[in-house]
Design a binder for this molecule. Structure first.
Ligand code: DGJ
Length: 539
């Protein structure tokens, strides 16, 4: 085993034992305990890797980087970033270049090199769908369009998107994916691969569904009974007891919902075939729609697991553990709404792709199992910006990623971002309330002129270790506290504020902050994140 063994000083096992033994739902009941798996308790989720909580602080490579000669640069980028997990594609066209002849060499290379670099892997199955198209199907399939058809648009013209109604495509994908998972099961004895993404942003751009004669026949049939379950209909805002054809039940949403059902049902078969061989957690990533305005599916990728069709996906694809939003939307309101929509009791929040701006990092990891910027070896390098904010953040967070996963699962993590109006934010922490103000630069002196601020970059992550002790990190902010609850009205002071880092599962102080560093409205954090351990006391 080449992974560094990371000793956790305070044991997480009592927590896990409790989760296993009582309320926790183990998603794959019959797994040996060291298989990667997800656990749920009290509406929160955690990924377990090597029997302990694991937070993916990842990076996704560019689409064409999973080739041997690209890897040295990629590992360097990932190490410079202090990431713990590489998300990297497995191309169907590379795996099965000739029908039924498989080339597993790239997978073996990835497993070997990931272990050398102490990195975990999330593998992305670029199969039938890649961003709604069939572009990663092997050449022998692309050459046989009659057997492996694309969608027919409403106007009768072909659309650059595979049909989810093709049995030949489904069989070929299930077969290839199961072969791949079979190899992985044998080769990956160290659980280097911790999750599988099945397809990539599946769905269709440019048509709400397949309008071919075959698809039309299916569309005119009754909606399947499993989807007419009253709990599901309620989530879709349809009155209980409604039944009939897709159009009768879902009105002007029928085309999109039918397509979501069809794509999800296809992917269920692929995931099921893979899990029958090797059941590690599997997810589907999503090209999002505007979460605030309920647009029609002509405005976004139809059939993918957008927020409005999550209930359909959950029924159609039970082998998919979670639906994962790729967050490229701009604007606090939209991004925070997406986080709310995908952090569900039945869905662990995972963000497998996002831009390199880290504003929402804490908001995501305080409630989720994965954060991962996209194109780490392409965009940033081209922009000459390899040392970026992600690296600064991961440098602090990676050594404590196991603890962060555990704390999030226990409901101890809180995050806020600086709003556009720079107004102060408050976080209730039991008998203390954290009051966070934002002044770019984070000086200990008086506040800067807010009219000079370019943008709202501030943010804070607070972890409640116990009633009076809080681990905190942030950017461009001041943090102070107000006694509330049983502390209300009492005099108080900082008992101690330590700055430091996590090592071997424990906070290691590099200095104690006092005087100017705590007296002027509480500790301040500037452009670079730092880690604080703050203990408060009443007098
Ligand atoms: C989302 C896709 O899932 C990625 O593979 C990549 O194509 C990015 N978009 C490009 O921004």
């Amino acid at each position: 085993m080449k992974f560094k063994s990371k000793k956790i000083a305070f044991s997480v096992f009592p927590v896990l034992f409790f989760a296993f033994a009582t309320l926790g739902t183990i998603c794959a009941q019959s797994l040996p305990s060291d298989m990667p798996h997800l656990i749920k308790k009290d509406g929160r989720h955690v990924l377990i890797v090597d029997s302990e909580p694991f937070l993916i602080l990842g990076g996704q490579c560019g689409n064409s980087s999973a080739w041997p000669e690209m890897l040295p640069n990629l590992w360097k980028v990932m190490e410079d970033m202090h990431a713990n997990t590489l998300e990297i594609p497995i191309y169907w066209e590379q795996l099965e270049p000739i029908q039924e002849q498989y080339d597993f060499s790239m997978i073996q290379t990835l497993l070997d090199q990931a272990q050398e670099h102490h990195m975990r892997l999330v593998l992305l199955w670029f199969g039938t769908w890649k961003n709604g198209s069939n572009h990663y199907m092997p050449v022998w399939m692309k050459k046989n369009a009659a057997k492996y058809p694309n969608i027919t648009g409403k106007d009768g013209k072909p659309v650059d998107s595979p049909s989810p109604h093709s049995q030949a495509t489904l069989q070929a994908d299930c077969h290839a994916f199961a072969q791949f998972m079979g190899y992985l099961k044998k080769a990956d004895t160290h659980h280097t691969v911790i999750m599988m993404q099945v397809e990539n942003e599946p769905g269709t751009w440019g048509s709400m569904r397949d309008y071919s004669a075959n698809a039309q026949k299916l569309f005119e049939q009754s909606v399947p009974k499993t989807l007419l379950n009253s709990a599901v209909l309620k989530q879709l805002n349809i009155p209980a007891g409604t039944k009939g054809t897709w159009s009768e039940v879902f009105g002007n949403r029928a085309d999109e919902y039918f397509h979501a059902w069809s794509v999800a049902s296809f992917i269920e078969q692929v995931a099921k075939a893979g899990k029958a061989v090797y059941p590690i957690p599997m997810y589907v990533n999503v090209a999002l729609r505007d979460p605030l305005t309920n647009p029609m599916a002509t405005e976004y990728e139809s059939g993918g697991a957008t927020d409005n069709v999550i209930p359909i996906w959950k029924v159609a694809a039970p082998s998919i553990d979670l639906l994962a939003p790729d967050i490229y939307l701009q604007g606090d309101e939209k991004v925070l709404k997406v986080i709310d929509l995908y952090a569900r009791d039945d869905n662990a929040l995972m963000v497998p792709e996002t831009y390199s701006n880290t504003k929402y990092l804490y908001s995501i990891i305080s409630r989720g199992i994965c954060y991962s910027p996209f194109g780490v070896d392409t965009r940033w390098r081209q922009a000459g910006n390899i040392k970026n904010s992600v690296a600064d953040e991961y440098k602090i967070l990676s050594p404590m990623s196991r603890q962060l996963a555990k704390w999030s699962f226990e409901g101890r993590t809180y995050a806020v971002i600086e709003p556009q109006d720079h107004s102060e934010q408050r976080i209730g922490l039991g008998n203390w309330e954290a009051v966070i103000t934002f002044e770019n630069g984070g000086h200990f002196g008086p506040a800067q002129d807010k009219s000079k601020l370019q943008s709202a970059t501030g943010k804070v992550l607070i972890i409640k270790l116990n009633d009076d002790e809080f681990i905190t990190t942030g950017i461009n902010c001041h943090i102070t506290f107000v006694p509330i609850g049983i502390n209300k009205g009492k005099a108080w002071q900082y008992l101690q504020v330590k700055e430091g880092r996590y090592e071997e599962g424990q906070f290691k102080a590099t200095r104690i902050l006092n005087g100017d560093q705590t007296d002027w409205g509480g500790p301040s954090i500037g452009e670079e994140p730092v880690l604080l351990d703050i203990t408060l006391t009443t007098r």
